[in-house]
Design a protein around this ligand. Structure first.
Ligand code: GLA
Length: 392
């Protein structure tokens, strides 16, 4: 059954009624620009064909109830109580439900709407976005929830404001100190296009990727090594970036140019320097990738993708052996470019591959994983797809 059908089925069995509507939002693959978003820098993600679907119905008692195929035990709370729950008492909510309930809370906060002035809701979720694969299943559930509640509550927010509410939920209701890339990608994605985003101004340009026309496929290699950004490494990397910016006396690493790196090296310890160098060079690589794509087409961006991986592996130190092996074996089998994607410490790598080489690359990566004794990777192609929408 499709995820849309599952969400519908879950809703009708929960409530015994028909939903008022259904919405969906995608995951994202980041083509290039990693750990640049919270440094006010540039990113270039696209939306996946995998989506999280939500079926929604109104209720008369001012309560919100959420249920998901991952955990069929519904979670229910009065809208008026959300404010007491988040962020202070978020631990009382089962983790997955912090995403949708956190978005409801963030939307009420952002608009100043009185919880008594909006209808209660039942929300049933199902998703085919792989969880823990670095494809931002979290942004998918946040953006589906945000789009649905924005419509049903008549809040009139634009897509960027819904993305901001998703990020607030992730930061404060879930407690993951992430940037805004994933939510913007999920809200603004368009078919066969990437979203080139300035994370300081939130100016976004939708740029045609032209993979299919150039005879290319984008291959995702999910290593099945799971990660969580609410713990450990992600926050440490973010803190190192803040130290680097403070040492340079700028608001964010966005304001450090590549020709200033020698100065950074004089001011900070070696580890902090390498964290800064990743972000500063990665920002430049995003700008170069967008320009190269426009001037020469997607076949010309391969070296930038690989340079991004090397920088994450050696300077930012967020790769793992499985990601490195996926990247190296894809390249050795003829991929035009490859890199890990997302926050790191697990998840997926991507490879840009000529259509007739996809089979060879897939076989090579599988064989390399088997030889290394790693868990079999999940390998599939993705076509850049549409952002959040109402489906019915
Ligand atoms: C995670 C976060 C994003 C971004 C990436 C790294 O996906 O949610 O905000 O920081 O990591 O680029």
């Amino acid at each position: 059954m499709t995820a849309a059908g599952e969400a519908y089925g879950l809703f009708t069995s929960l409530t015994g009624t028909e939903p008022a509507g259904s919405w969906s939002a995608p995951g994202r693959v980041n083509l290039i620009g990693e750990h640049t978003d919270y440094n006010d820098g540039f990113v270039f993600p696209f939306a996946t064909p995998h989506r999280t679907h939500v079926a929604l119905g109104r209720r008369e008692d001012g309560r919100i109830r959420v249920v998901s195929t991952f955990d069929p035990v519904p979670v229910e709370v009065a809208l008026a109580d959300l404010d007491a729950l988040f962020p202070a008492r978020r631990d009382e909510v089962v983790e997955w439900a912090r995403y949708p309930l956190g978005v409801a809370w963030a939307l009420l906060q952002a608009t100043g709407a009185d919880p008594a002035s909006v209808p209660g809701v039942d929300l049933a979720f199902a998703s085919d976005v792989p969880v823990g694969a670095g494809l931002s299943s979290s942004a998918a559930i946040e953006s589906a929830t945000g789009s649905a509640l924005n419509d049903v509550w008549g809040l009139g927010l634009d897509r960027v404001a819904v993305a901001r509410a998703g990020r607030t939920a992730e930061n404060e209701a879930v407690g993951a100190p992430t940037g805004i890339m994933d939510q913007m990608a999920a809200m603004l994605g368009e078919t066969d296009a990437g979203t080139f985003l300035d994370c300081r101004t939130l100016d976004a340009q939708v740029i045609e990727l032209g993979f299919a026309r150039a005879g290319l496929d984008l291959v995702v290699m999910d290593t099945r090594v799971t990660h969580a950004h609410s713990t450990g490494g992600y926050g440490e990397r973010r803190a190192a970036c803040e130290r680097g910016a403070a040492a340079m006396g700028v608001p964010a690493l966005r304001d450090v140019r590549p020709d200033q790196l020698a100065r950074v090296q004089e001011l900070v310890d070696d580890v902090t320097f390498r964290r800064v160098r990743h972000v500063v060079t990665e920002n430049q690589r995003v700008l170069d990738a967008v320009r190269t794509l426009r001037e020469q087409g997607p076949r010309a961006i391969g070296d930038l993708l690989y340079a991004s991986h090397v920088s994450m592996r050696d300077d930012f130190e967020i790769s793992v052996p499985e990601l490195d092996l996926a990247v190296e074996s894809a390249r050795a089998a003829g991929a035009i470019g490859a890199r890990m994607t997302g926050g790191g410490f697990g998840g997926a790598a991507i490879a840009l591959v000529a259509h007739d080489t996809v089979g060879a690359v897939t076989d090579a990566v599988r064989a390399a994983f088997a030889d290394a004794g790693f868990t079999e990777p999940h390998i599939f192609t993705v076509r850049p797809s549409e952002g959040a929408r109402r489906d019915s």
